[in-house]
Design a protein around this ligand. Structure first.
Ligand SMILES: Nc1ncnc2c1ncn2[C@@H]1O[C@H](COP(=O)(O)OP(=O)(O)OP(=O)(O)O)[C@@H](O)[C@H]1O
Length: 321
């Protein structure tokens, strides 16, 4: 089994208001292995982006990481000082967010924006070396290098997002955090980009943390998936297990609310009710009020995330033995 690149333990993130605190992430544990694509799925507001920002050490007030540990290659990320943090971001871990393509500066040619990133982290590199790396990155993401000096508005949305992926990859990071990287694009372009990331991942060997609303896309692309509900992980399992033998009732409900990848069209069921508000969490299992199989114990005792080695999975549900 491959080793862990990142280990998250008991991670807790709060949003602090004037007179109240909303716990958006409530003590979650997971790991991202070397070379794997790990997905985080769950309904809107379950805390996926909050986790992504915490891992990147980009949590900003009113958000606050109030507990737990994030270890990257064994080092505690939450303890990094300014210089170590600078190296960690981009060189070791980089990001592609949904809005990334709009973050390109419209009045600066793309070449400068890529070269600046390379230069900032390699101040001793010559202009030729930096330019050569920028050309290589354009080729890597399938854009003709002759377009390197164009401005962002001269590219389509899909190409701009590829440029952001090139920028994210240009320092050879070991982990790329992708939060809805293709959501703003049409389905065909989305698939093209995801396929390209998969190909680059196997060629370059980096790991990916992938967040998307599209569970079908995630199952196809990721090796393992963590299912989040109301700030907690309720199941972590290989993608095939999430698709074929989901253990947690929420995972099943989430699966039923997406169209199947193959086979005949089916009626989608959706999930009745809405997730609880962060300030009004149920006492026991957070999913119990919406769970058709809930038992009396479920509304009293929060289930722990337990390991099921025979299935290589973890799940938090009182129904499971
Ligand atoms: N700046 C903020 N201030 C207060 N609460 C916030 C803030 N950002 C997020 N939250 C709350 O934290 C919880 C988790 O939000 P988060 O954006 O991480 O969820 P998500 O699963 O990524 O949702 P989506 O899929 O819609 O992006 C939500 O209840 C949200 O309302």
């Amino acid at each position: 089994m491959s080793s862990n690149l990142m280990e998250v333990r008991n991670l807790t993130v709060d949003y602090v208001g004037e007179d109240s605190v909303a716990r958006a992430v409530n003590g979650i544990d997971f790991e991202i292995r070397e070379g794997e694509a790990f997905g985080l799925a769950g309904e809107s507001g379950c805390g996926k982006s909050t986790v992504a920002f915490a891992l990147a050490r980009l949590t900003r007030l009113p958000g606050l990481v109030t507990g737990g540990s994030i270890r990257f290659k064994g080092e505690e990320v939450l303890g990094f000082e300014k210089e170590r943090l600078r190296k960690y971001r981009w060189r070791e871990v980089s990001f592609v967010f949904q809005s990334a393509m709009n973050a390109l500066n419209p009045v600066i040619p793309v070449s400068e924006q890529i070269c600046d990133t390379i230069w900032t982290h390699n101040p001793k590199a010559s202009a030729e070396e930096v330019r050569a790396r920028a050309v290589e990155m354009f080729e890597l993401v399938g854009i003709p290098p002759r377009r390197l000096d164009d401005y962002p508005h001269q590219f389509s949305g899909g190409m701009r997002q590829r440029i952001c992926i090139a920028i994210a990859l240009c320092l050879n990071p070991r982990l790329i955090i992708m939060d809805e990287p293709t959501t703003a694009l049409d389905v065909v372009v989305q698939r093209d980009i995801i396929e390209q990331i998969v190909e680059l991942k196997s060629r370059l060997g980096f790991s990916v943390l992938f967040i998307t609303h599209d569970l079908g896309l995630m199952i196809e692309f990721c090796d393992r998936i963590g299912i989040m509900y109301a700030g907690e992980l309720v199941e972590v399992a290989p993608s095939a297990a999430i698709l074929n033998s989901p253990q947690h009732p929420y995972t099943r409900a989430l699966g039923n609310s997406f169209p199947p990848l193959t086979g005949p069209r089916q009626r989608l069921e959706g999930i009745a009710g809405t997730p609880p508000a962060p300030r009004a969490m149920p006492q026991g299992c957070r999913f119990a009020p919406r769970c058709a199989q809930a038992m009396p114990v479920c509304s009293l005792v929060p289930p722990e995330l337990k390991i099921y080695p025979e299935r290589e999975s973890e799940a938090a549900c009182h129904l499971l033995k």
